[in-house]
Ligand binder design. Structure first.
Ligand SMILES: Cc1cc2nc3c(=O)[nH]c(=O)nc-3n(C[C@H](O)[C@H](O)[C@H](O)COP(=O)(O)OP(=O)(O)OC[C@H]3O[C@@H](n4cnc5c(N)ncnc54)[C@H](O)[C@@H]3O)c2cc1C
Ligand code: SF4
Length: 340
């Protein structure tokens, strides 16, 4: 048995005061508790942040939206302002997990969920992310789910979140707090590539608390968006490849602005500015979508077993852009989810 202390914080000051010395914040617990049961993570102390006043979802003066860190994924997805202004985020959240898990999972916890690499979960195997310097059992092992972009010789894991792929496309900003003060991290800089420090998933410092996630105004993308998730079964499975696509299309049919992010292919949501720029000022058509897909996947390299992800991702990008342009939105779940 591992001795562990538990503290339920009433506010951020209390949470931060108890966060030192190997403590972990716990929100929904849907990832952390699993990892503790498997002995993958062994925090000395848990600081429960569910009592913090950090679950509000509120508009900003600039016309954006602030999502509380402890707001539940389901409450976020179904919030009227999220549905109206950021339907891409609603679609991405609802593509993940199950209704029960989304009811429990928090927004902050979603950003910090760990990889689903089998070897990371299996403490009998070497894993540089779990135990730095021990090696990587995935390289030369089972790699169906692993990275084709941004991997390193130390780690080829992918970030498993759906929500984060949409947040990346929407240029979200993560608000964090520590005993030293507050700072804001652009989403592109929040998750990191493995390089030679695969144990670090993000640029968050130890003891830093996510307080809010800010969405800049994005009304221009509310009509033409798609979140396309390709997985081994239709629900309750992590993405092999996912695409968040958003287009701002003028009355003349030309693209005014484009956003594209890939999930399931790298250690962080994958964006390439040139792939988005290529679409701007062009007709929203299949030829340009294919070109953008090619550019987004440039430099992709498989491990053998996961080579299929590269052509799959190219096709998924083109299809997501077609869905976004046509405003079909057929990958958005219905209200029935709420009752499940
Ligand atoms: C069976 C199953 C299927 C799933 N399928 C999917 C899927 O298809 N797509 C998908 O995207 N996700 C999926 N998930 C993952 C799920 O979305 C995450 O487990 C969930 O979002 C984590 O949120 P949480 O509040 O439960 O986090 P917790 O488990 O409480 O915490 C996770 C981590 O975040 C840290 N943390 C939490 N909040 C904060 C904060 N405010 N500040 C700093 N640190 C914090 C914790 O210390 C911990 O390290 C699945 C999970 C399960 C169990
Ligand atoms: S891919 Fe990363 S998480 Fe998986 S075994 Fe290798 S080091 Fe560990």
């Amino acid at each position: 048995m591992n001795p562990i202390t538990y503290f339920r914080a009433a506010d951020a000051d209390q949470a931060l005061a108890h966060a030192a010395g190997g403590a972990r914040f716990i929100a929904g617990g849907t990832n952390l508790i699993d990892l503790m049961k498997e002995f993958v993570m062994r925090p000395a102390a848990l600081v429960d942040i569910n009592g913090l006043p950090a679950d509000a979802i509120a508009p900003t003066a600039a016309g954006g939206l602030l999502l509380g860190a402890t707001a539940r994924n389901a409450d976020t997805a179904y919030h009227p302002l999220v549905r109206a202004q950021y339907p891409l985020l609603t679609a991405a959240i609802l593509a993940g997990a199950s209704p029960q898990i989304r009811n429990m999972a928090s927004n902050g916890g979603n950003l910090l969920q760990r990889t689903r690499c089998h070897y990371f979960y299996d403490v009998a195997t070497p894993c540089n992310k779990r135990l730095p310097g021990s090696g990587c059992a995935a390289i030369g092992g089972l790699t169906r789910q692993h990275a084709v972009l941004g991997a390193s010789p130390q780690c080829i894991a992918v970030h498993p979140s759906d929500m984060c792929v949409a947040l990346a496309a929407l240029d979200a900003v993560v608000h964090v707090r520590s005993v030293a003060g507050e700072r804001q991290i652009p989403f592109a800089d929040f998750h990191r590539l493995p390089d030679d420090r695969p144990e670090l998933d993000t640029t968050l410092a130890p003891g830093e608390l996510i307080t809010q996630i800010e969405l800049p105004p994005a009304a221009q993308f509310a009509a033409h968006f798609a979140y396309l998730k390709i997985r081994d079964r239709a629900s309750y499975a992590f993405a092999l490849v996912s695409v968040a696509a958003a287009l701002d299309i003028g009355d003349d049919g030309m693209v005014r602005e484009a956003r594209l992010a890939l999930g399931g292919v790298a250690h962080k949501p994958w964006r390439v500015a040139a792939a988005e720029a290529l679409l701007v000022g062009q007709p929203a058509d299949a030829a340009h979508f294919a070109e953008a897909a090619e550019l987004l996947l440039s430099g992709a390299r498989g491990q053998g077993e996961n080579d299929f992800k590269i052509p799959l991702a190219r096709r998924a990008v083109a299809r997501a852009l077609e869905q976004a342009a046509a405003a079909t939105h057929d990958n958005t779940r219905s209200e029935r989810d709420r009752a499940d």
